[in-house]
Write a protein that binds this ligand. Structure first.
Ligand SMILES: Nc1ncnc2c1ncn2[C@@H]1O[C@H](COP(=O)(O)OP(=O)(O)OP(=O)(O)O)[C@@H](O)[C@H]1O
Length: 247
């Protein structure tokens, strides 16, 4: 359980910004198009040039390797990138328990380009015994199956080719992929922008369950005032390059 503290964050057309989220606190950020909401999240995730420092609990980001920081402070971008052939390849720690149910789909492309849809899988990640780490253990595969279920997917989604995913399916599966890294803080960029009301409710419920169970600080960019009211928490708006409480 770690809070998140932004200190003097200045990025392109933004800042300087200071913001403190307690462990387990949810803060919404809104603002007009182009006001810098995505820039803010990308600066916190250390994915854009910027000035300032971010703290996860007592640890400053400048003392943490970038790849480790991005795993511990997980960003759900507005448009997630998929690099492998099947959904399951992005979720190796769950795929190994469902290999029998995740039959590869036929892929319609020239046979010379065909690769096996389910290649040899890496072993589920496990921390070597005795190594000290302050990163929480990876989630149990059954927890991840439960997230898939709560987001409206049967286990056979693991065998789906990523090329067939709709925008909304990609968005929901990107959330599972993010949570599979057990981030200590979440940065959500319009996590329900492409979803109908029932799927938005599913995403809200999974994020809220995760936040409460893990004590994760959540910084959530949302254009939806109903969503902000429904979930509650602090609501801030970016105005003139600064964060202000929403009126
Ligand atoms: N890589 C970049 N180089 C130059 N300018 C950039 C870059 N990325 C973003 N910007 C500019 O910074 C401003 C804020 O962009 P940002 O993507 O954060 O907006 P936003 O508030 O998330 O908007 P939206 O609600 O439309 O997604 C915009 O004017 C944008 O053009």
């Amino acid at each position: 359980m770690s809070g998140l503290r932004l200190e003097g964050i200045r990025s392109r057309a933004l800042g300087p910004l200071d913001l403190t989220l307690a462990a387990g606190e949810l803060v919404f950020v809104s603002g007009p198009s182009g006001s810098g909401k995505s820039l803010l999240l990308r600066a916190v995730a250390d994915l854009d040039p910027h000035e300032g420092e971010v703290w996860l609990g007592e640890e400053p980001r400048s003392r943490i390797a970038p790849a480790t920081w991005r795993r511990r402070v997980g960003l759900l971008p507005a448009e997630a990138f998929w690099w492998a052939e099947s959904v399951g390849e992005h979720l190796p720690s769950i795929l190994s328990t469902h290999a029998d149910r995740a039959a590869p789909e036929p892929v319609s492309r020239p046979s010379s380009l065909l690769r096996p849809a389910l290649p040899r899988l890496p072993k589920p990640l496990r921390r070597p015994p005795g190594r000290v780490s302050n990163h929480p253990a990876l989630p149990d595969p059954s927890t991840m199956t439960d997230w898939l279920d709560r987001l409206g997917f049967a286990p056979d989604v693991l065998g789906w080719s990523v090329t067939r995913l709709s925008t909304g399916e990609r968005q929901r599966l990107a959330l599972v992929r993010l949570l599979a890294q057990t981030p200590e803080a979440l940065l959500l960029d319009e996590a329900t922008a492409n979803l109908d009301p029932s799927n938005s409710a599913r995403v809200e419920s999974v994020v809220e369950t995760y936040r409460k169970a893990q004590g994760a600080a959540v910084l959530w960019v949302s254009h939806d005032p109903e969503q902000r009211r429904r979930i509650g928490g602090r609501s801030l708006i970016i105005r003139n390059e600064r964060l202000e409480p929403e009126a």
